[in-house]
Design a protein around this ligand. Structure first.
Ligand SMILES: Cc1cc2nc3c(=O)[nH]c(=O)nc-3n(C[C@H](O)[C@H](O)[C@H](O)COP(=O)(O)OP(=O)(O)OC[C@H]3O[C@@H](n4cnc5c(N)ncnc54)[C@H](O)[C@@H]3O)c2cc1C
Length: 400
């Protein structure tokens, strides 16, 4: 008997077929899966190692209807909501988290516009964003972190006739290009520097006073066209404002739960991809992999639990008129678990694959680098833990 066939454990559920079963009834998901198989899988090494930005594929996913869960039916949505956004992102991230992240960027931007009160922006931009004709990003990391008092605002706006003049630099915003758009938010300051609230705006990357600068390169997700955004006396007319300072606190509360929750699509896809790598390794090395802490069955069970919790929260957030603000803490906890499980699954995939996983062309080491992104992109693990702790101490401070 060969060493590899001796005493191989048979405790892991068969998961290769799981991908095929998911979303079989949805023609959009089936089309996205086919695009991933035919178009993304062959270029995944170039995306990872040569910073190839899969622009055509992102447009194709839009044409297939992959972004339509992000907006309401009046604005061209498919009525399936955040759950559909997460499912599409999961499909893509199972193969490549870098591209999955851009699904998040595109759909997050679409959703911020959809949840604004700006009918003109909705009419002019949303049809092109949800169809993939116009590609879009979101520069809200700094806004969110500053609003949570973690760091200082990097942009500043001053009121002028008919709009705002913005100055400053956002160092890293993804899914950008000269003909793309993105959303951001920054404090409006009066003549004496006092803060008058946040203004949220949509920015065209080719507008006067704005410049994209390619200055950062990353050890993973380098195919995401992540660029620095320089604003120099950049005029943003009121027509491009998604939330004026007087309404921006309510707007931020409305967009935040869905924005954070949708990131679960990246984690779910990545975790599934890692389980597949573990299963693949077990075909020859199950007899020794069985001594590792996390087995395929452990990761798949955790994945299924996370997926069920994500679907449930997506539906609850969609059904809530306030954008799910009341589910804020549950979203933070689930998102934290998603980042932690991503790193755990990628670690297990590496240990299962062994030395092979260390090869440049092997997916296991790529998945490990990608997994850390789920744990560090805003809201990062440390940010989430801080907000969860703050929510706990606020709840304790409320007299009963
Ligand atoms: C590949 C990649 C893609 C990204 N894409 C986007 C995007 O599309 N939109 C977006 O808003 N953010 C994006 N970010 C930023 C990201 O979400 C985090 O804000 C950033 O990783 C810093 O988080 P941190 O927890 O390390 O911050 P901290 O540990 O609190 O900060 C560490 C230091 O990093 C720098 N830094 C902090 N925040 C940022 C920031 N937002 N941008 C640049 N430098 C920062 C500052 O100098 C800070 O002092 C991206 C980051 C990476 C690595």
């Amino acid at each position: 008997m060969s060493v590899s066939s001796a005493a191989a454990p048979n405790t892991a559920p068969e998961i290769s077929g799981m991908a095929a079963r998911l979303g079989d009834a949805d023609p959009v998901l089936a089309q996205v899966r086919e695009l991933v198989r035919q178009r993304l899988a062959p270029q995944v090494l170039e995306v990872d190692l040569k910073a190839r930005y899969p622009e055509d594929l992102l447009r194709e996913i839009g044409k297939a209807g992959g972004y339509r869960g992000a907006v309401s039916p009046q604005c061209g949505g498919n009525g399936l909501g955040l759950r559909h956004v997460v499912e599409v992102m999961e499909e893509v991230s199972r193969e490549c988290l870098s591209t999955g992240f851009m699904i998040w960027c595109q759909t997050a931007c679409a959703r911020y516009i959809d949840l604004s009160d700006n009918a003109w922006v909705k009419e002019r931009y949303l049809p092109r964003i949800v169809s993939g004709e116009l590609l879009a990003g979101t520069g809200l990391s700094n806004t969110m972190k500053s609003a949570d008092t973690i760091e200082d605002y990097r942009l500043s706006a001053r009121r002028t006739e008919g709009g705002y003049v913005i100055n400053g630099v956002l160092p890293w915003v993804s899914n950008l290009g000269p003909d793309h758009v993105f959303t951001t938010g920054c404090p409006v300051r009066g003549a004496d520097g006092e803060e008058q609230g946040l203004a949220f705006v949509l920015v065209e990357c080719n507008q006067p006073g704005f410049r994209l600068v390619d200055c950062a390169h990353f050890i993973g997700l380098d195919g995401t066209r992540t660029l620095a955004c320089q604003f120099k006396e950049c005029f943003i007319p009121d027509a491009m404002v998604l939330a004026q300072p007087s309404r921006s606190a309510a707007y931020l509360a409305r967009i935040k739960p869905g924005m954070i929750l949708a990131q679960m699509g990246m984690g779910l896809g990545l975790i599934h991809g890692c389980a597949l790598l573990m299963e693949q390794s077990n075909r020859t090395h199950g007899h020794v992999n069985r001594y590792l802490d996390d087995q395929v069955g452990d990761i798949v069970a955790a994945l299924e639990e996370a997926r069920a919790a994500t679907c449930e929260l997506c539906d609850a957030v969609e059904a809530d008129a306030d954008g799910g603000a009341r589910y804020g803490l549950a979203v933070l906890k689930l998102r934290l678990a998603g980042g932690e499980l991503s790193v755990r699954a990628a670690h297990a995939a590496m240990l299962h694959q062994g030395a092979k996983g260390y090869l440049v062309r092997n997916a296991a080491q790529r998945r490990l680098r990608e997994a850390y992104f789920v744990a560090i992109v805003t809201p990062a693990t440390k940010h989430l833990r801080r907000e969860i702790a703050r929510a706990g101490s606020e709840a304790q401070a409320v007299p009963t």
